[in-house]
Design a protein around this ligand. Sequence first.
Ligand code: NAP
Length: 297
Amino acid sequence: MSKRVLITGAFGQLGDAVILELQPHFELCATGCVLPDDGFQFCQHVVMDVTVKNQVIECIEDFSPDVVVHLASMTDVDGCELNREKAWNVNVHGTENILNGLRGSDAKMVFISTDYVFDGTEGPYSEEDVPKPVNYYGKSKLASENSIRGSDQPWVILRTNVLYGNSSRTLASFVNWVVNSLREEKEIKVVNDQRGNPTWTAGLAEAIKLSIIMNIQEILNYGGAEFMTRFEFALRIADVFDLDSKLISPIATSELNQPASRPLNSGLSTVKIEEVLGLRTYGVDYCLRKVKEGIVA
Ligand SMILES: NC(=O)c1ccc[n+]([C@@H]2O[C@H](COP(=O)([O-])OP(=O)(O)OC[C@H]3O[C@@H](n4cnc5c(N)ncnc54)[C@H](OP(=O)(O)O)[C@@H]3O)[C@@H](O)[C@H]2O)c1
């Protein structure tokens, strides 16, 4: 019998790719604060707000998952800085509510974390580097990781960065912003001092699938095969989508005066996950071409 996998935050940017990748292998239950109104019918789906304890317990009792893929998160980095109570409630208490709901079972927690647990002084980071978040989003994700590691549930933590892909429900992605702006011939400024390895959502979904099948318990990084600044990433997007890269100009992060500090020299080494799960990472041009073709997973 196939494993029963409950997905939280299933209707965000990563959710679409995860649902499509897992659906042929597992029995799925997709959950989110609000259900999509676009005729979603890939799998069973119910409302579950991770901050509402009773809803979480009821949902877990009803579906009885073998695995929870926990994607639900407050991901607006500046929003987390400005509304710390909400960020902690969603990211940390939400995670703990799920762990409480799973207590007494041997269901596994698969948690998606971030390179924002690091300070961005010495990236790319390996799994052995010591976390030191510089903003509240990063602190709340690190606290969630620690709650999971301190619980009695089996777990895997996959850290990733700069996600992009095709999601029918998240229009506010970096790739969409660049493509739409350039199509409208708008000039855009993109930071040239934030570095990482942009990650195709379908690649991460594959890593999630393998981590369930191979039943590992580790912290693992997953990211794209190439490291670059956001400015360089925007130029690559323009190139693949045949748009005018002269509309893109560089700007320093400090000039943006954002509420939350950013880890600048960041990104994640993928040496360990390639060994442990035997998977490959993907280059940006290949993934962007898939995004252009509308491929989700
Ligand atoms: N995006 C990145 O570059 C990136 C990098 C590293 C790690 N991650 C991690 O990857 C995971 C997926 O990120 P993503 O890019 O898919 O973000 P996303 O598009 O913002 O998706 C997060 C989902 O969580 C939902 N959510 C928020 N509060 C919730 C609650 N109380 N109960 C249930 N669901 C709730 C959101 O719903 P609403 O939209 O309705 O609020 C959204 O559907 C997150 O854990 C994030 O921290 C993302």
